[in-house]
Design a protein around this ligand. Sequence first.
Ligand SMILES: [Zn+2]
Ligand SMILES: [Zn+2]
Length: 363
Amino acid sequence: MVYPETFQAVGVVDYDDYHNPKRFEYKPQKFRDYDVDVKIEACGVCGSDIHAASGNWGRPYAPVAVGHEIIGTIVKIGPKAKSGLKIGDRVGIGAQCDCDSTCSACKDNTEQYCENSVGTYFGTYKESGLHTIGGNASHIRVNSKLAFKIPDDLETKYVAPLLCGGITGFSPLLKNNVKKGTKVGIIGIGGIGHMTILFAKALGAEVTAISRGRSKESDAKQLGADHYIATSEPESLKKAVRTLDLIVSTSNSFSQTTLTPVLKLLKASGTFSFITAPPEKEKMELIPMELISSGYGVQGSMIGSPKNIEYMLDFASKHKIKPWVETIEINEKNLGDAWKRMEDGDVHYRFTMVGYDKFFKNA
Ligand SMILES: [Zn+2]
Ligand SMILES: [Zn+2]
């Protein structure tokens, strides 16, 4: 069967063999009045995809395609869809594909924290019990509230990674009112980290890139970072004590460390923001006395609200935000290789899988 009865996908069929994704097809849930169907053109590879595919977040179900930095074209639109969208529009979809629009989080315009949020993969629709599959697929069916029109001047391969990685890094900058002259530290120069540097610079911040060693230094400078700290060098840390207003951590594991040395980089009343998800059961040490004695705040932030995603796309267009992207043609082997290269850190700094039309030509 083909669209609209079934959607074609490629992804994890067997978690024990996740480096060898396979093609499969699935039945989407019933089309609702406010949904859109999107024919997928491209999809970025987010760190979350690797956590999900490798079983770091458990093994809730298979098959699952993963992929939540989706760009495609609207091919079907419900009568109650969000205004401003029409068939043929190029839209983006990130890590969230449904929300109830009625809970307190939704009413506060923070739909990403909706009580009934459904993830683009590893999500389950309440009404049908059906699981979401993700963006490495021929099509996706989503609540139109979570489909965003892409400004014409943003090229598909560069804008795809903004739908999850980009907004994840941009949100804590907005939440903490980063503006000209704000001193922002960004831990981790990877997929999300490099985009966070680009956004922070575009907002006018003075940016300090923070990494373990020196291997990312020249890239960080090229991305626009004003300063660089290597946390493995005590002198480098010491020189920067109490210099930052905000630290955004894009590191994906803290289990082996303590926050103490990096918290010291914050000025009094500074804020530390976690934005990337570690393995499911990870815990870390936090010493309340260190927060109290300097008035520090520690916060979490996840992806972004529809309002902020729209703002980000407009901002990216105005400021010509361009992540460092390598494009890869989508197929079983290439997707598995891309995940493996992500695990090996062999990515500078985002893959966008392309050619979905060709690969799923029979869909
Ligand atoms: Zn993501
Ligand atoms: Zn809600």
